[in-house]
Design a protein around this ligand. Structure first.
Ligand code: C5P
Length: 338
């Protein structure tokens, strides 16, 4: 076998309910994941040592060393690969990116999921999707969903999944990519601070930033942590689940929600204008994707999505736009051209 290529989708969160910070620095979530037709392609070939090359959207911002999530996934799989099934020597990973980096669309987790599926095939490990999900959960909270795809409820860190039973409705999305990035840990920390401030005794908030580096949980004031810890546990939105069961895009549009949105907007205030513009232009619903800064809009049809994308692009409220449909399957092997 020369190489294996896997295609893997971006994810949206149709609901993202965030609980208080846990002792390990993560937050318990209840989320409704939804995979959309914006794909990265990851190819692995046997090599004498591990390496990665990244091309496409935001490639220069993807680490090309051991911090790369796809390479970390390769190492995690190698560590548990059954002895003798294959030679889990080095692999060269090539990532062709269309999912923007640090955009709230789980592109890094998607690449890790794709690398797991590709190496599972290359090395003939024979792991099931569930086993790969358990290996991948250690690499990133969204890896399990990138393997599964479709629409699914996520709990815990987001890695405990239940597929959502819903009719085969195809939803039409417009994604507005921002001119900048947001760091996921910083957005979670900003949410904790906002909640602490609401609960009384505002903790000072950092100045708005367009991009940033991870802020360790320990850097948060202890009082802010304990006040944030008083926020209620997250719950699944029955109205959204009922809207999904009905397959009615207008209802789904009205029930989209994201607890991280105020935090993302506080760090990236320009998003407020982008969200408002999409709604004014007739979107059925609008929200920040995950920890942002991508904004997502639901349209009633493919034609409406096309018109909305063109108008948003002309309004100058984002760097670029893309259209996508969902739900789509998770990571799949691309048959090799013979
Ligand atoms: O798991 P992943 O590496 O994608 O998470 C990135 C960061 O996002 C974590 O280090 C944590 O700060 C934050 N996070 C969280 N709660 C989650 C998922 C992520 O606080 N459920």
């Amino acid at each position: 076998m020369t190489g294996v290529t896997v295609r893997v989708p971006a994810k949206l969160n149709l609901q993202l309910a965030v609980g208080p910070p846990r002792a390990d620095g993560y937050h318990d979530l209840v989320t409704v994941f939804h995979a959309v037709s914006l794909f990265d392609e990851v190819t692995v070939v046997a090599s004498d040592r591990d390496g990665v090359a990244v091309s496409g959207e935001g490639a220069d911002r993807v680490p090309a060393d051991g911090d790369n999530l796809a390479l970390r996934a390769v190492a995690a799989l190698r560590a548990v690969a059954p002895a003798g099934v294959a030679d889990p020597a080095g692999v060269h990973v090539t990532i062709a990116k269309r999912i923007p980096v640090a955009a709230g669309l789980a592109g890094g987790s998607a690449d890790a999921a794709a690398a797991l599926v590709a190496c599972n095939e290359l090395w003939a490990c024979g792991f099931s999707q569930q086993q790969l999900a358990e290996i991948g959960a250690k690499v990133g909270s969204d890896v399990s969903f990138a393997l599964l795809g479709g629409t699914a409820v996520g709990r815990g860190r987001g890695e405990q999944l239940t597929p959502a039973l819903a009719p085969a409705t195809q939803y039409h999305w417009v994604l507005a990519f921002a001119d900048g990035q947001l760091s996921t840990p910083e957005v979670y920390a900003a949410l904790d601070r906002l909640r602490a401030a609401q609960a009384g005794g505002a903790a000072p908030s950092p100045s708005p930033a367009r991009a940033g580096t991870a802020q360790p949980r320990a850097a948060q004031p202890r009082a802010a942590q304990s006040r944030a810890a008083k926020s209620p546990p997250p719950g699944l939105d029955a109205a959204l689940m009922s809207a999904l069961r009905s397959g009615d895009a207008a209802l789904v549009g009205r029930t989209l929600s994201n607890d991280l949105q105020p935090a993302a907007v506080s760090l990236f205030p320009a998003l407020r204008k982008t969200l408002a513009a999409g709604l004014e232009l007739g979107a059925l619903g609008a929200l920040v994707a995950g920890s942002g800064p991508t904004c997502v809009f639901l349209a009633s049809s493919a034609d409406r999505a096309l018109a909305l994308a063109a108008s948003l692009s002309g309004a100058g409220v984002c760097r670029s736009v893309a259209r996508a449909t969902g739900p789509v399957p998770g990571a799949v092997i691309v048959p090799s051209a013979k």
